[in-house]
Design a protein around this ligand. Structure first.
Ligand code: PMM
Length: 251
């Protein structure tokens, strides 16, 4: 299972307190993750925590592109965490080689075609709407079936747009329009997501549903979950801390 290290270049990221909002800090953290053996660095310039406002395209580019340009020189795989086709393309031109779209192509009508043209892997996450009002959309008949069928729709749209099926990765979107029991039900049914036939990415790191009062308390729960997911066939976990996850996987 691969480790995708989170590098949020945002002043308001809930999980790192905005520590890495400066270019120098982001670059230093990226280099540290490389030292720690990260497989992919996921760079994002727009917070998607519940309630977050959107940032402008110019701001998103200013936050992410310089960091991508520098880190790409070190040969590490970089994914761009964006809902905008234009940002995805700029990031690829700067050295990113995976598109991580939390909206699964729903936020920007140009995204799927851009991903198809770029011929890089495309991560389609389950999403029901912008962070501002996603909590009100956490309503399911059967969360596992509903999320799988909504992901199947995104897969169909991606294939229709010309994305190579070998370039598709799916993600159930833990914490996105889902409350804690929904998130745990998805984790319990992770085999069903693996059985969809595409690589599966899981992003649980330090999210509220893990319990605990602080991001630090949720860290141990994140590591425990990585250990639990390792034998399931999940392709990668998206996490804040690389070293403890690498350690738990090597045991
Ligand atoms: N979660 C966040 C941001 N991007 N991308 C994918 N593919 N999956 C996720 O679960 C996901 C994501 C929000 O978490 P953060 O604010 O800690 O980055």
């Amino acid at each position: 299972m691969l480790i995708m290290g989170i590098l949020n270049v945002t002043p308001d990221s809930f999980a790192d307190g905005g520590k890495h909002n400066e270019f120098d800090a982001a670059l230093a953290r990226g280099l540290e993750m490389i030292e720690e053996g990260v497989d992919i660095i996921d760079i994002g310039g727009e917070s998607t925590r519940p309630g977050a406002d959107r940032v402008s395209e110019a701001e998103e580019l200013a936050r992410t592109i310089p960091v991508i340009t520098q880190l790409a020189k070190h040969g590490v795989r970089i994914s761009i965490d964006t809902m905008r086709a234009s940002t995805a393309i700029a990031a690829i031109n700067a050295g990113a080689s995976i598109i991580n779209d939390v909206s699964g192509g729903l936020a920007d009508p140009l995204m799927l075609q851009a991903a198809a043209r770029s011929q890089v892997p495309y991560i389609a996450m389950h999403w029901r709407g912008q962070s501002k009002d996603m909590n009100s959309k956490a309503i399911y008949v059967d969360v596992v079936n509903d999320v799988i069928s909504e992901l199947q729709e995104r897969i169909s749209a991606a294939l229709d747009a010309g994305i190579n099926p070998n370039n598709l990765i799916v993600d159930p979107g833990l914490g996105f329009a889902k409350d804690a029991p929904h998130n745990w039900a998805i984790i319990d049914a992770v085999d069903d997501f693996v059985a969809m036939g595409y690589p599966v990415l899981i992003g649980a790191s330090r999210k509220r549903f893990l319990g605990g009062d602080s991001p630090d308390e949720r860290e141990q729960a994140t590591i425990d979950l990585t250990k639990r997911l390792a034998p399931t066939g999940v392709w990668a976990v998206r996490v804040h801390s690389v070293k403890p996850h690498k350690e738990v996987l090597s045991k």
